[in-house]
Design a protein around this ligand. Sequence first.
Ligand SMILES: Nc1ncnc2c1ncn2[C@@H]1O[C@H](COP(=O)(O)OP(=O)(O)O)[C@@H](O)[C@H]1O
Ligand SMILES: [Mg+2]
Length: 254
Amino acid sequence: MFDVVVKNAALAYDERIIFKDLNLTLAGGEWTCLLGGSGVGKTSLLRLIAGLSTGKGLETSGSVLCQDGFSLKGRIAWMAQQDLLLPWFSVIENITLGERLRNSFFSRRKVSAQELDRARHILEQVGLSDKATELPQNLSGGQRQRAALARTLMENRPLVLMDEPFGALDAVTRLNLQDLACDLLANRTVLLITHDPLEALRLGHHIYHLQGEPATLTEAIMPPDSPPRSLENKELMSLQGELLERLRNEEERP
Ligand SMILES: Nc1ncnc2c1ncn2[C@@H]1O[C@H](COP(=O)(O)OP(=O)(O)O)[C@@H](O)[C@H]1O
Ligand SMILES: [Mg+2]
């Protein structure tokens, strides 16, 4: 699995510099977690990596390169805090949407039997087999995010960018989804944005903290053992305390 290297990235909105000279390597096949307070520029960085940074007043520079020499185009899946499920489609229609949109105009409504089998298998993996034909409105918050995870898996891309995907869930549902995502996205290159230090510490091989204006990245923290780390891991708890303290100091600054 290839590394993704972000080099000298800079981003400004209407001349307000959010970050500059930012360098970050996403280790191939591992999870990198990015922590940071609200408004520091986490989503902006994710969008820049995904090549989605466009708009009036926005200026960007720098490069995002794959170390295997190929372009990132078509190799990224995205998962956000809002599940982005379309309310008029069933769960299985939602998770095969990408496939249908990529089909030619005339066969847009059809998904091959093979892809449908794959979709059913993925729904089984995320524990939603019995919800395949339900509309999103009939699912709980946790089930909706599992459907969003299924859609991400369906896309089967090597790089997965996640913007606070479990941020709106209650604590227990969140832990369960962390375990599930860790299991099902093992061996992909993942960049997970979160404001929850415990989430970063449970899931990340490398954890960075984005802070300040312009924002900079702190040195990587690499917790011991492999993810998903147990809540009984004492070192995890002390690192959590440290990170929470850091985030709190940041919030208190004027
Ligand atoms: N389209 C935009 N135009 C102007 N400013 C923006 C725009 N999007 C975000 N910002 C500002 O840039 C900063 C970083 O935003 P964002 O990347 O969304 O932060 P985070 O995800 O860390 O909460 C914020 O202060 C936000 O107000
Ligand atoms: Mg954000």
